[in-house]
Design a binder for this molecule. Structure first.
Ligand code: NDP
Length: 242
């Protein structure tokens, strides 16, 4: 594929699911990849599997100092980031209630503020030479349903912020919003409300696409020539209603 020679991609949430699949897909296209997540053992193993100069960046996206340290390493060891994939996320669904208040704060801090902070920290690197910002939103960034309100709020937030950034950063940095439907990952396993977790998991067991199928689409968008920007992609299992 074009556009990838000598380019470096930083992927947040690269320790599992869509992030890990995206790291593998971009590495296969010739990118050097930097894998950011909290579970160091997972990203160390993935970096070793991928090889070709891949590095692991153990960091929490809610910790700005850790993101700055990660960006310094990417600059020093890989010559800076050309692509940032803001993928780290949590989906702690439940009926709206005070019992879930720590889940609400965590989702805003990881899904929304984490992406915003990673972007402001890596922005100078992305601007230097023509970059790409991939923001992983969700179908929940375009719709909302009972019991997903705060998760949807973080993803609607990502959508609005992405469109604003797209206008500010063109043509130096292309901004692409990816809005997946149900994808077979560990995402629902972290839901703290047991009843909701079981119900959501049942839905995931019925119809879900593979994280590799989302990764392929991300790689396709990145591979377009620089004069063409794919700004938004909504993709779901063909049988998913909403
Ligand atoms: P996973 O749970 O498999 O992956 C989530 C990733 O986010 C993990 O690598 C996790 O790594 C990382 N992460 C979570 N919290 C933090 C943190 N504080 N700092 C750094 N990394 C963190 O789920 P998915 O692959 O499904 O999710 C990836 C993205 O895709 C999310 O933004 C999600 O909202 C979105 N999405 C997923 C859909 C689905 O159906 N699966 C549908 C639509 C969107 P670690 O725990 O090691 O830090």
């Amino acid at each position: 594929m074009n556009n990838s020679t000598g380019r470096t991609a930083v992927i947040t949430g690269a320790s599992s699911g869509i992030g890990a699949a995206t790291a593998r897909a971009l590495a296969a296209d010739g990118y050097r990849v930097a894998l950011l997540a909290r579970r160091a053992d997972r990203i160390d193993a993935l970096a070793a599997e991928i090889g070709n100069g891949a590095i692991a960046l153990p960091a929490d996206v809610t910790d700005r100092d850790a993101l700055v340290a990660a960006a310094d390493r990417v600059q020093a060891e890989l010559g800076g980031a050309d692509v940032l994939v803001n993928n780290a996320g949590i989906m702690l669904l439940a009926p709206f209630s005070s019992a879930q208040r720590s889940d609400y704060r965590a989702m805003v801090e990881v899904n929304l503020l984490g992406a915003i902070t990673a972007t402001e920290v890596f922005l100078d690197q992305l601007k230097d030479g023509g970059g790409d910002l991939i923001n992983i939103s969700s179908v929940a960034g375009r719709t909302a349903r009972a019991s997903n309100g705060v998760y949807a709020a973080t993803k609607w937030g990502i959508n609005g912020w992405s469109e604003s950034l797209r206008q500010e950063l063109l043509p130096d940095v292309r901004v692409t919003l990816i809005e997946p439907g149900v994808v077979d990952t560990e995402l629902p396993s972290h839901i703290t409300d047991e009843e909701t977790r079981k119900a959501v998991q049942q839905g995931y067991d019925v119809a879900a696409v593979k994280p590799e199928e989302i990764a392929e689409v991300i790689a396709f968008a990145l591979a377009r020539p620089r004069h063409l920007a794919i700004n938004e992609i909504l993709l779901r299992p063909a049988s998913q209603l909403g």
